[in-house]
Design a protein around this ligand. Structure first.
Ligand code: C5P
Length: 210
């Protein structure tokens, strides 16, 4: 069983994917972390995340041990991630790992929940359930602001909003694997939903499908 959760930044897809995986006993992969780790590795070394050769080399030699690094949650890492993520060579280098995780989830889990931007369209086009999570820019910016401040980061609302708009635009308009709902995705707007309600909505979809 493979569940694909896609959507823009701070739409609630990460929380939903994590809670869904916990409720079902499935493995969860936050694919944004892969792109963040690549972008961050390049930026930290003083490189340009938009440079194809540097970014592709970082993607091919990605140390999965980096995925737990708290620095990956910063806005800088998110911005660097969206730059490396627009490069076809970087996406290709990360594809096998994601597909292998979905096909053979770790620890013998019976299913996998993957969240990102292109899970339903590119990584797992045959997923059993695809959910495209959205929320208004205002709501998403407030969520992100809260999350960053809870992590002890001192950030300004205008900066968070501006960065989010820039990152969304880049993700939506890139030529490779742009952020679009798959034709067979169910769209879930979480602007007015609590995390519990979002989870219940998807559990309801699963129950209906049997
Ligand atoms: O989901 P998160 O905000 O952590 O993702 C960071 C960036 O990684 C996104 O803005 C996007 O550019 C990229 N990404 C992607 N494809 C995915 C997951 C993330 O392009 N499947």
């Amino acid at each position: 069983m493979i569940i694909a959760i896609d959507g823009p930044a701070a739409s609630g897809k990460g929380t939903l994917a994590r809670r869904l995986a916990a409720a079902l006993g499935y493995a969860h992969l936050d694919t944004g972390k892969l792109y963040r780790a690549v972008g961050w590795a390049v930026a930290r070394a003083g490189g340009d995340p938009g440079d194809p050769q540097t970014a592709e080399a970082a993607a091919r030699s990605l140390d999965l041990g980096l995925l737990g690094d708290p620095a990956l949650s910063s806005d800088e890492a998110g911005m660097a991630a969206s730059k490396v993520a627009a490069l076809p060579g970087v996406r290709a280098a990360l594809l096998d790992f994601q597909r292998a995780f979905a096909a053979q989830p770790p620890d013998g889990a019976r299913g996998a929940v993957l969240d990102g931007r292109d899970i339903g369209t590119v990584v797992c086009p045959g997923a059993d359930l695809k959910v495209f999570v959205t929320a208004s820019l205002e709501v998403r910016a407030q969520r992100r602001l809260l999350e960053l401040r809870q992590n002890g980061q001192d950030v300004k609302e205008e900066v968070v909003k501006r960065d989010m708009r820039e990152r969304d635009d880049r993700d939506r308009t890139r030529s490779v694997a742009p952020l679009v709902p798959a034709d067979d995705a169910v769209v879930l707007d979480t602007s007015l939903l609590t995390p519990d309600q979002a989870l219940a909505a998807v559990m309801g979809l699963l129950a209906k499908r049997g």
